[in-house]
Design a protein around this ligand. Structure first.
Ligand code: EPZ
Length: 403
């Protein structure tokens, strides 16, 4: 069973700051990143009740407009509090989220978007300090689509008595979910799911009740797990339309994928699989968050392939580790050249970031001999009990120790 989407849960938690009314969130995943965000909300004065996969957040009285470094450094998606805090308190002070293993992760688009609505800001001592003295109607075209940048922009506009038009927006399913919730809260939004969004906001938004969309990246990771082990599995609780690019790529490789409502069957009836080239792009293109996972599979396909990473500048950290297992991959700038036709040999490998860790686990599932993946705490940021879910599917996997 796939859990609620991490990248929906984080913005949905952040947008609870937009209202003093209670917010109910179901299909709520238990992940380290989620815990970091709930700790931040508690710091801001929120009362949070967690019961299994249900979470209630009430922020009736904002205690502070500051998101401190020691909490933000754990999770850069804390930047998602910028728009909601500015709308709620008229000011926000958020530690500048650092880069991470996969890239510099700038926030210039977030800052340009809030400025279009009249916000001013300064960056001092590692903090973004922003404030709004006079709200203005806004028009802003993103220089490039950004998921959390689009979210921050519509959060701010929805919480102000203003009208804002945004162009070149991200259209990921997680953006659609948060825009839909903003409408439930009382904002009116045109263009949900398109690259042009017009928001008519209001300052006293209502609370909301929502069930989070399923995690398409967790689902995709398990699809590859079935393919790389020549398995035959069913994955429940998926939203098929969110997985078109991944389904297409795996089908091109020869994996059989069928759906019955929200249940997907993934069967690897052909071996070796065919090679196919992959280019990561914004949704609905092939997701960058599935790049390490599909690469692990392409190593074993018959024939060479190229994986091009167009979203992040340093998202090939898993290549060196896969090569320790016999992958033979060569990196040339934004492209990884995969010779294919390889069989993995188990080895001790090091996880560097959330999705790279998943790629290494997948390679380990297919490797001859034992693979030890170190620093698996990266995994826990985005996958809930991945080893027990894989174990339940027949994998020989266990967690040694908490580093
Ligand atoms: C979201 O990150 C996801 N995180 C990422 O998932 C995902 O990889 C990414 O979108 C792309 O799909 C969350 O939703 C919490 P972007 P985000 O802004 O919003 C550049 C995971 O593993 N950019 O869409 O930070 C940026 O450098 C994580 O779950 C600017 O230049 O990504 C990148 O090249 C990893 N300026 C591109 O845009 C900005 O102000 C897309 O980044 C913002 C972004």
């Amino acid at each position: 069973m796939v859990g609620g989407a991490k990248n929906a849960a984080l913005p949905v938690l952040a947008m609870t700051v937009l209202t003093s009314a209670p917010c109910n969130i179901s299909n709520f995943p238990q992940l380290n990143d989620i815990h970091s965000m709930t700790s931040l909300l508690t710091e801001l004065g929120a009362e949070i009740k967690l019961d299994g996969t249900h979470c209630t957040v009430s922020l009736s009285q904002l205690q502070t407009h500051i998101a401190p470094y020691d909490l933000v450094r754990k999770m850069r998606a804390s930047i998602l509090l910028l728009g909601p805090l500015l709308a709620r308190a008229g000011r926000a002070k958020i530690s500048l989220p650092g880069g991470c293993a996969i890239g510099l992760r700038p926030v210039d688009q977030h800052l340009k978007a809030i400025s279009a609505l009249g916000a001013q800001y300064k960056i001092e001592d590692g903090y973004i300090e922003a404030w709004i003295d006079k709200v203005q109607e806004g028009d802003f075209c993103f220089d490039k689509p950004t998921v959390t940048g689009t979210m921050n922009a519509i959060f701010l506009a929805a919480g102000l008595d203003t009208v804002a038009r945004f162009k070149n927006c991200a259209v990921e399913p997680e953006v659609i979910q948060v825009a839909t919730i903003l409408e439930k809260m009382g904002a009116s939004i045109e263009g949900v799911g398109t690259k042009e969004i017009t928001v008519r906001g209001r300052s006293n938004l209502d609370g909301f009740s929502v069930g989070l969309i399923p995690d398409r990246i967790e689902a995709g990771t398990f699809m590859v797990a079935a393919a790389i082990t020549q398995g035959d599995i069913e994955i429940a609780g998926v939203e098929p339309t969110h997985l078109d690019a991944v389904t297409q790529a795996l089908s091109q490789m020869g994996v059989e994928i069928s759906y019955d409502k929200s249940c997907m069957r993934v069967k690897n009836s052909q071996w070796p699989l065919n090679a196919t080239d992959i280019v990561t792009t914004e949704y609905p293109g092939f997701p960058t968050d599935m790049q390490a996972q599909i690469m692990a599979l392409l190593v074993m396909a018959e024939g060479s392939s190229i994986v091009e990473e167009r979203i992040f500048e340093n998202r090939f950290m898993h290549v060196a580790e896969l090569n320790r297992m016999g992958a033979g991959i060569e990196v040339r700038g934004r492209q990884a050249i995969i010779p294919g036709g390889r069989r993995y040999k188990g080895a001790p490998v090091m996880a560097t970031d959330l999705r790279a860790s998943a790629g290494l686990i997948l390679a380990g599932l297919a490797a001859e001999g034992e693979t030890e993946v170190l620093r698996v705490y990266h995994l826990d940021r985005g996958y809930e009990k991945i080893e027990s879910k894989l174990f339940g599917l027949g994998a020989h996997i266990q967690r040694h120790r908490q580093e």
